[in-house]
Design a protein around this ligand. Structure first.
Ligand SMILES: Cc1ncc(COP(=O)(O)O)c(C=O)c1O
Length: 451
């Protein structure tokens, strides 16, 4: 795992990237992507001999770390046996992946529609809900991310929606609970929960219950800030959905497959949605794969009537073989329990200790291997360290934090005024401590901007 230095090769990779690769969500001339030479477990490295502990799990998908030998071998074996096959056939790796997923999803979410990733899983979940109910609208939360395709980005509640929001997607946004920045003037979790549910029911009433096909929520909002909902909130949403005949869609694309120390975040709250989307951790992102887990009653809607949707690569054998191997590795190696234990015994106390010493930390929140630090200018006023959606000079404090983390060998997840601690669920206690020490140094850089 010692990185070999080869700056010339790195320069060639970088040059071709800069000449020809068009990157996601970016002003192409303003970015400077790191050329990556390799990765293993919780680390990756560049061509200049710099190694980084990855506290981002890529984009929160390498739940079993990089290059797990059993999953790499399963992909190689599947490639040698049957690399690809059309979706209309029954194929061993697809059948087995669906069986293993259905075995773990809550309640009767027993039918699996495979997609290529998370956004298209959301697209299909919404299409199923609209046809099942015969209603047009979708309710979703501000402070959410559901993907980059047209419908999914309109359901999203962050600034990435704005440039693509035609205003005609049939989506209405509401406020989900978030006590630290309460929209409801709440002072306790219970107040926040009750008032957020009341706000949601009022939104439903004023939108017209008979017009709403689905409520789409991340079980724990991820990119938007890892706001663990108060006890009772999701159960309350479930009740509202039942009362008004609305399909409840939980998006577990980021929170699923071990991230929270449970197979699914829904297990933490003992709630069963009607549809559940997944991607990322299902095969640790080794080969693109996502999907929708479908309840009995929605599956029934499409029993005799065709489901009007599909993908050339739905249930791609290579991606499904990676899912089978990943799920088996997670079960055999206790990866979900590791996320819970290292999260509770090392990450959480470590982050709380950092918060005590660093005035830039406004709040620590999360569960399992899914944590956020809310960075603020001032703890009393809770003013964010950088303004909402800041860019350029206005974002200097977070840029300084990021640079200090990297200088200390840590690759941090940064979104607006937050850093998320989302390493692989396989992380060891020693690696977690190494990351916390680097965070300590990086937070000192952020402290410089506090008032
Ligand atoms: C909760 C959630 N839903 C959907 C998506 C979209 O997934 P993908 O990028 O695979 O389309 C993401 C991606 O970050 C996500 O976090």
């Amino acid at each position: 795992m010692t990185p070999q230095t080869d700056p010339q090769a790195g320069a060639a990779v970088k040059a071709a990237d800069r000449a020809h690769v068009f990157h996601s969500w970016s002003a192409q001339e303003l970015i400077d992507p790191l050329a990556v030479a390799g990765a293993e477990g919780s680390y990756f490295w560049d061509y200049d001999g710099n190694r980084y502990l990855d506290f981002t799990s890529g984009l929160v998908f390498t739940n079993i770390g990089y290059q797990h030998p059993k999953v790499v071998a399963a992909i190689q074996e599947q490639a040698a046996t049957l690399t690809t096959f059309a979706p209309a056939f029954a194929v061993e790796s697809r059948s087995e992946a669906a069986r293993l997923i259905a075995e773990r999803t809550p309640g009767d979410l027993d039918k699996i529609f495979f997609t290529n990733g998370g956004a298209d899983a959301i697209e299909h979940a919404v299409r199923m809900a609209r046809i099942h109910t015969g209603r047009p609208k979708v309710l979703s939360a501000y402070r959410s991310y559901h993907g980059g395709t047209q419908q999914a980005v309109n359901i999203t509640g962050d600034p990435r929606r704005w440039p693509s929001d035609s205003g005609s997607a049939g989506v209405v946004h509401f406020w989900a609970p978030f006590l630290y920045r309460s929209r409801f003037y709440a002072e306790t979790e219970q107040q926040e929960c009750e008032r957020a549910l009341e706000h949601l029911e009022t939104t439903i009433a004023f939108e017209g219950p008979g017009t709403i096909a689905a409520i789409v929520l991340e079980t724990i909002p991820g990119t938007a800030g890892i706001m663990v909902p108060p006890r009772g909130y999701l159960a309350g949403v479930r009740e509202l959905c039942d009362k008004y005949g609305i399909v409840f869609v939980l998006d577990e694309v980021m929170a699923g497959f071990g991230r929270t120390g449970e197979w699914f975040a829904a297990d933490l709250f003992e709630v069963t949605p009607d549809l559940m989307t997944f991607a990322k951790g299902v095969n640790s992102g080794y080969v693109p794969l996502g999907g929708v887990a479908i309840s009995g009653k929605i599956a029934e809607t499409f029993g005799k009537r065709p489901y009007p949707g599909g993908l050339t690569y739905s249930g791609h054998p290579l991606a499904c073989a990676a899912a089978v191997a990943t799920i088996n590795v997670m079960a055999e190696e206790g990866v979900v329990a590791n996320a819970a234990v290292v999260g509770a015994q090392v990450i959480e106390p470590g982050l709380r200790e950092l918060a005590r010493r660093h005035p830039s930390v406004g709040e620590v929140r999360g569960v399992g291997m899914f944590w956020a630090l809310e960075l603020v200018k001032n703890r009393e006023t809770r003013e964010p360290l950088v303004p909402y959606n800041a860019a350029g000079e206005a974002n200097a404090p977070m840029a300084a934090f990021g640079a200090a983390a990297k200088a200390n060998g840590l690759w941090p997840f940064i979104n607006m005024n937050r850093t998320h601690v989302v390493p692989p669920c396989t992380i060891t206690e020693a690696e977690a401590k190494e990351g916390l020490a680097a965070l300590d140094a990086a937070l000192s850089a952020a402290d410089e901007y506090t008032q």
